[in-house]
Write a protein that binds this ligand. Structure first.
Ligand code: DAH
Length: 363
C-alpha cells in the first residue's frame, strides 16, 4: 500500500465499488464536520479521493476489476462530491432565510460627521490665512529645548510650573504650548540674513497639560499661535492689539466683541498681555462659567523677547534689536466654547452627542 496513505481504515472490508462510495459518504454526512472540513477531507490534497488514486493498484486488486473501470468509478465519485460540496457552499450564500440583507436601506440613523473642533479648526486656519499668515505644522512630541529653553524658560526656572506636562523621558515631552514652534521658524528665517523676509506664521495644534480639569480647563486642547516678525523696529503693541481684534471679530463674526487685555508675565514676550473676551453666558455680569469675573481668558500675547531671537540665532547677540516681532497664543477650544455657548470645555472630548454643537455637525 502506498505510504502516503493518511486514512487508516480496513481496506479488507472493501468488497465492491459501493463500499468506496460509502466511505466517502460517511464523511460527507458527518455532523461533526463543517463544509470546509468535509471538502478538505474528501477533495483535499491529502483527502480520501486522492488516497484512493494513490492506492489505485491495491484497490483494483481487491475489487478485481479492470483498471479503466476503477478509473471511471473514482472520477465519478470525485466529480459528484466536487459538485455536492460546491452546491452546499452556494446554498448558504443564496439562503433566502438569511436575515442579514447588506442592501437594506439605512434609514433614520445618525451618520458620522467631522468632529466639531476639527470643523472650527479649519475656520480659524482660514481666517489666519486670510490675514496673510502661512500655516506651519509642528509635532506634538517636542524637546525640552523647543518647549521651554529656546523660549526663555531655562531649566529650574519657576515659570515652568505654569506648564506642567507629560514627560516621555528627560528630554522629550508632549507640547504644552504652541509657542514651541517659534524657535524652529525663527532659526530657519533669521539665518537667511539679508534675504530675510518678514515672518507671518501660525499653527493650530493640540497641546497637553497635566492639569486638574474643570469647566474651562482640559488636559488636551487646541491652541492657535501666531508669530509676526520684521527686520526693523516697526512691530509694536498697536499692531498686536489690532491683529487680536481682527482675529476675534472674524472668528466670532462680531466686530463689537468686547476684548480686554491686561499686563501679564510670559517669559517669551516683553511686554506681555493676557487677553480675555466678555463672557457671553452672563453678558459680563459674572457666572459659574467665568468664575464670576464677567470675562473668559483666551490666552496671551506680547512682543517677542530678545532672548527668543538670540536662542534662534546666536550670531544675533549684538544685533537682535534689528528685529522686532509679536506673538499670540489662544486656547482655541475656549474660543469654540464661547462662540457656540457651550458651558463646559469637557464636552468636546466626551461622548455626549446631544449638545447643540454636535447636532450642528452630525447630519
Ligand atoms: N504659550 C502661552 C500659554 O500657553 C500663551 C502665549 C502667551 C503665547 C503669550 C504667546 C504669547 O505667543 O506671546 O499659556
Amino acid at each position: 500500500m502506498n505510504s502516503k496513505n493518511k486514512n487508516i481504515f480496513d481496506y479488507s472490508k472493501i468488497k465492491s465499488a459501493k463500499d468506496l462510495e460509502e466511505i466517502v459518504s460517511s464523511i460527507f454526512c458527518s455532523e461533526d464536520l463543517d463544509k470546509e472540513q468535509k471538502k478538505y477531507k474528501i477533495l483535499g490534497r491529502n483527502g480520501l479521493i486522492q488516497e484512493f488514486f494513490d492506492n489505485f493498484s491495491y484497490i483494483q486488486n481487491i475489487l478485481n476489476i479492470e483498471r479503466s473501470d476503477l478509473g471511471i468509478i473514482l472520477n465519478r465519485i470525485k466529480s459528484e462530491y466536487t459538485e455536492k460540496l460546491k452546491d452546499e457552499i452556494q446554498d448558504t450564500r443564496n439562503n433566502t432565510n438569511n436575515t442579514f440583507d447588506p442592501t437594506l436601506e439605512y434609514k433614520n440613523q445618525l451618520i458620522g460627521g467631522k468632529h466639531p473642533l476639527s470643523v472650527e479648526v479649519s475656520k480659524i486656519n482660514e481666517i489666519m490665512i486670510s490675514l496673510g499668515f502661512s500655516e506651519e505644522e509642528y509635532p506634538t512630541l517636542v524637546t525640552d529645548f523647543e518647549n521651554f529653553e529656546s523660549i526663555n524658560i531655562p531649566k529650574e526656572h519657576p515659570a515652568r510650573d505654569m506648564w506642567d506636562t507629560f514627560w516621555i523621558d528627560e528630554k522629550h515631552l508632549l507640547k504644552t504650548q504652541t509657542t514651541a514652534f517659534q524657535n524652529s521658524i525663527l532659526s530657519r528665517e533669521l539665518k537667511k540674513g539679508n534675504d530675510f523676509k518678514p515672518i507671518r506664521a501660525f499653527t493650530t495644534d493640540v497641546c497637553l497639560r497635566n492639569e486638574a480639569t474643570d469647566t474651562r480647563h482640559e488636559i488636551c486642547f487646541y491652541q492657535t499661535e501666531a508669530l509676526y516678525v520684521e527686520h526693523n523696529n516697526s512691530v509694536n503693541m498697536v499692531i498686536l492689539l489690532n491683529l487680536i481684534r481682527s482675529v476675534f471679530s472674524l472668528y466670532f463674526d462680531n466686530s463689537n466683541i468686547k476684548v480686554k487685555t491686561r499686563p501679564a508675565f510670559f517669559p517669551f514676550v516683553e511686554p506681555g498681555i493676557e487677553v480675555a473676551c466678555e463672557c457671553i453666558f452672563c453678558g459680563g455680569k459674572g457666572c459659574n462659567t467665568c468664575s464670576q469675573s464677567g470675562w473668559i481668558e483666551m490666552g496671551g500675547a506680547g512682543l517677542v523677547h530678545r532672548n527668543v531671537f538670540m536662542n534662534a540665532d546666536e550670531s544675533l547677540k549684538d544685533k537682535y534689536s534689528e528685529y522686532s516681532g509679536l506673538a499670540f497664543g489662544f486656547g482655541f477650544d475656549r474660543m469654540v466654547l464661547l462662540k457656540n455657548k457651550i458651558n463646559d470645555i469637557r464636552y468636546f472630548r466626551n461622548k455626549d452627542i446631544n449638545i447643540d454643537l454636535f447636532k450642528n455637525t452630525v447630519k
